[in-house]
Design a protein around this ligand. Structure first.
Ligand code: SF4
Ligand code: SF4
Length: 189
């Protein structure tokens, strides 16, 4: 495939996988996003640099960066972007593509996302104790031990449930999620 077509295809892939992703093409490289980001210091590439590389077609470098995994979805960049680019949603799209293509560098981040979404799929909401026991004990045992006293204190104060609770109309919620996944599959096909 010619170089220009490779470049175009990665940009178009990200655009296709991001709601209102077409706006990504309007980036003027002003850097307001990185300047607003609370996680900027931990990112190998700022959002601005990431977007320049997407446009340059450097797929491997983009998908192997830790940037999207350090994003805490605060939406501050999105609110401040003068071009109204859905930056936070681009981060989600990059995570999905990196996981799908086996290039996710933060190996435990996808595991956290899967543990979280398994509880949401099953009960309609998150279950903190389950996430702590299934994810932290397996992937970050040191953190699990450090958080033990905090967890016990939260349990004593009734701030942590011992068992997951289902939301009302779980079937309705599951039907919405199933339809959303179907649409996502159709769009990325
Ligand atoms: S704030 Fe918006 S326009 Fe500026 S660099 Fe970031 S994404 Fe591009
Ligand atoms: S949404 Fe993510 S990338 Fe944007 S400012 Fe917040 S942490 Fe940074």
């Amino acid at each position: 495939m010619p170089e220009a077509a490779v470049r175009e295809s990665f940009l178009e892939q990200v655009v296709r996988e991001t709601p209102n992703g077409e706006r990504l093409k309007r980036c003027i490289q002003c850097g307001s996003c990185g300047g607003s980001c609370p996680s900027g210091a931990e990112m190998e590439l700022t959002p601005r640099a990431l977007f320049a590389l997407i446009r340059a077609g450097d797929k491997e470098r983009v998908l192997r960066a830790n940037t999207m995994w350090k994003c805490v979805s605060c939406y501050f960049c999105t609110v401040r972007c003068p071009q109204e680019i859905p930056i936070t949603d681009v981060m989600y799209a990059l995570k999905r593509i990196a996981i799908r293509e086996g290039l996710a560098v933060e190996s435990d981040a996808p595991a956290l996302a899967h543990t979280f979404s398994r509880y949401v799929d099953r009960y309609g909401r998150s279950f903190e104790l389950g996430i702590a026991s299934r994810y932290l004990l397996v992937h970050k045992p040191g953190t699990a031990l450090r958080m033990g006293p905090t967890g016990l204190s939260m349990l004593r104060r009734g701030r942590l449930s011992l068992a997951p609770k289902r939301i009302r109309d779980l079937e309705g919620f599951q039907a919405i999620v199933a339809r959303a996944r179907e649409l996502e599959r159709e769009e990325s096909a």
